[in-house]
Write a protein that binds this ligand. Structure first.
Ligand code: SF4
Length: 113
């Protein structure tokens, strides 16, 4: 094999490796991100939870008789609700281990700005 042929083969291999590197890295990133995307949803906040009881949490804001209740307030329009718009349930900053019902309410309700 001539020196030129050997050099040409080396350059071809180097260019191919350089071109493949970003593809391989993006495949690795996709693999690393997959578990986060597939994370399990939070379990629904039980009405028997002590913190939920202390804050008078309910899954039905329409039936609330609490003194702090403001007409029209519910989890979906609370500043602590972190669920997607239109979602039936979502995370709440006050109850970080559970999801709450969008139509629910508790006495920590604060209007979304
Ligand atoms: S803090 Fe807001 S979102 Fe969380 S349970 Fe109470 S009313 Fe619902």
């Amino acid at each position: 094999m001539s020196h030129d042929a050997s050099r040409r083969r080396f350059l071809t291999t180097a260019v191919a490796a350089a071109a493949a590197a970003p593809i391989a890295l993006s495949a690795l990133n996709a693999t690393a991100a997959a578990p986060a995307a597939a994370a399990k949803p939070l379990p629904k906040l039980p009405l028997t939870d002590n913190a939920a009881k202390a804050l008078a949490y309910t899954e039905n804001a329409a039936a609330v008789k609490h003194a702090a209740f403001k007409a029209g307030s519910n989890c979906a329009n609370c500043n602590f609700f972190k669920g997607a718009k239109g979602a039936a349930t979502g995370p709440c900053t006050i109850f970080p281990k559970n999801s709450v019902v969008a139509k629910g309410w508790c006495s920590a309700w604060a209007k979304k700005p």
